[in-house]
Design a protein around this ligand. Structure first.
Ligand SMILES: Nc1ncnc2c1ncn2[C@@H]1O[C@H](COP(=O)(O)OP(=O)(O)OP(=O)(O)O)[C@@H](O)[C@H]1O
Length: 209
């Protein structure tokens, strides 16, 4: 379950706070958040991940009000329960594909299971390049690694920031299907923010900011 109440946020140089509609997702529900540039989509995603602290309101993930946690407990909670797919790809260049996934598990305090790792690599079509360093993989492989990194630790919530904005129609559909498949496999909520209208039809729940 993920729920927000009366969320607002104000950057230091802003006069008025940005307000956000309440979110209430029950088990196995996903959400697409749409909105024009500058409206506050990334800000909302960062509030949901606990990367920003709201001016008012709170975010509850599976009965934990994340805004009551100390910063070290919040870091731990995020590491264990949240998977983030960023626009910029965040992989450690000096490590191989598989080593990046192993490092993600290590930092999430989750045990490594070789069979599960191999399954994930297989599902995301990364087996052939699993021992390649990051500068030896293609853009598409790097994007799929971004998805693998966001789900390898079985998070309860997967948050994706504009995962399809630079993709053609075919890859756009493939990426959304991969995210949904991974969310369903992990029984996780998937929340995608975007201004890409093409992905509207893939979601039952949509919210426009
Ligand atoms: N670090 C910051 N400091 C001050 N203002 C910011 C900061 N980040 C964003 N803003 C402002 O807050 C508002 C919301 O920004 P946000 O990045 O959440 O929008 P967005 O909907 O994700 O935009 P886009 O679709 O262009 O990425 C914008 O007016 C932006 O200029």
């Amino acid at each position: 379950m993920i729920q927000t109440q009366n969320l607002t946020f104000k950057y230091k140089n802003q006069k008025t706070a940005i307000g956000f509609p309440d979110i209430h997702l029950k088990e196995n529900e996903h959400l697409l958040i749409l909105g024009k540039s500058g409206i506050g989509k990334t800000t909302l995603l960062h509030l949901l991940a606990g990367l920003l602290k709201p001016e008012t309101g709170n975010v509850t993930i599976n009965n934990t009000n994340i805004n009551t946690l100390s910063s070290s407990k919040l870091d731990k909670f995020r590491g264990e329960n949240v998977g983030l797919v960023f626009q910029q790809k965040h992989a450690i260049q000096s490590l191989s594909v598989i080593e990046n996934l192993q490092a993600r598990l290590f930092f999430s305090n989750k045990k490594e299971n070789q069979n599960k790792l191999n399954d994930l690599l297989e599902q995301l079509n990364l087996t052939a390049c699993k021992n390649n360093k990051i500068n030896q993989i293609s853009e598409g492989q790097l994007q799929r690694l971004g998805i693998a990194l966001s789900v390898v630790h079985n998070p309860q919530v997967i948050l994706a920031d504009e995962p399809t904005s630079s993709l053609d129609d075919e890859n756009c559909e493939a990426v959304i299907n991969l995210l949904k498949q991974q969310a369903e496999k992990n029984k996780a909520h998937l929340i995608v923010i975007t201004h890409d209208q093409r992905i509207k039809s893939f979601f039952e729940n949509t919210m426009t900011l």
